[in-house]
Design a binder for this molecule. Structure first.
Ligand code: ZN
Length: 281
């Protein structure tokens, strides 16, 4: 007959306890260092169907075109969902400027005109914590307009996500001079709306995040993008990737989160004229 030795059992239990502790530490360190990605959905505001992207129960960031038919409704909805909101600011491009839409910033504007237009966009989307450029392949490479932009962003405690529509962009260097937080997107997810191409881009995004700790993608409110994100975002956690609001990739994220909560109580009905915009920049 076999008798349990109480001393042996105690030793075994102690060892199990130690192993559990070590495993917990390893897992918690792993989680704390999880690679982070932020996905910004651009071009929200022109179509009611943009709402589809707002129905995903994922921490996406929404970039809303000012003065568009659904800009206020969708920014309010995104704020209620406690998502990060950006003003998707139309800025002059080198071509196809017919697609800029209302409230665009252009090269020919005086400083007064320029800043007045920018303030009108900020007032139109009061929940926004930052901006990113819609198009802008010309304007973001110009010194003066970028200085006028940063001057206002500094005053409003907002940041700039550079959509990087030109390799000559001066957004980050000028933001730095004004003490304005700036980031840039790493990939466009859906410039080609095919699942296999989006899959390649998504893998690139994950690779960048795993290598550098974080990565930023820009996507658009296309049905194909909705389906792709719906199917693929739930897989991220099993890969050790965390989907975060864009503001979490900023050095001083807390004050931006505070700002979202402060503004949620605002309420008014928007009555801005309709204008179509299909630009994918
Ligand atoms: Zn855009």
């Amino acid at each position: 007959m076999y008798y349990f030795n109480p001393i042996k059992i105690k030793t075994i239990l102690r060892i199990i306890k130690k192993i559990t502790l070590v495993l917990t530490c390893i897992l918690s360190i792993g989680f704390a260092n999880a690679a982070k990605i932020a996905i910004v959905i651009d071009d929200i505001g022109n179509n009611l169907s943009d709402n589809q992207l707002l129905t995903l129960d994922e921490n996406l960031t929404y970039a809303i075109l000012p003065h568009t038919p659904y800009s206020f409704i969708f920014s309010k909805k995104a704020a209620e969902l406690q998502r990060d909101i950006l003003i998707h600011l139309p800025m002059q491009a080198t071509t196809q400027n017919i697609l800029l839409g209302p409230g665009a910033l252009t090269q020919g504007m005086s400083k007064r005109q320029y800043q007045k237009t920018l303030i009108a966009a900020i007032e139109d989307i009061p929940y926004a914590i930052g901006i990113n450029n819609h198009m802008g392949s010309l304007l973001t490479r110009l010194d003066k307009p970028m200085r006028w932009t940063m001057e206002l962003l500094q005053q409003h405690n907002m940041f700039f996500l550079d959509s990087k529509t030109t390799v000559y962009s001066k957004v980050e260097s000028i933001a730095d001079q004004y003490g304005v937080n700036a980031l840039h997107r790493n990939i466009f997810l859906d410039n080609v709306k095919k699942p296999n191409v989006m899959d390649i881009q998504f893998k690139r995004l994950i690779n960048i995040a795993q290598e550098y700790g974080s990565a930023i993608a820009i996507a658009h409110p296309y049905p194909e993008t909705y389906e792709f994100l719906r199917d693929n975002l739930p897989l991220l956690s099993s890969m050790g990737i965390e989907l975060v609001p864009l503001s979490q990739l900023l050095p001083s994220s807390k004050m931006f989160n505070d700002r979202i909560i402060d503004n949620v109580a605002d309420d008014f009905v928007k009555t801005t004229a309709t204008k179509n915009n299909n630009d994918s920049e």
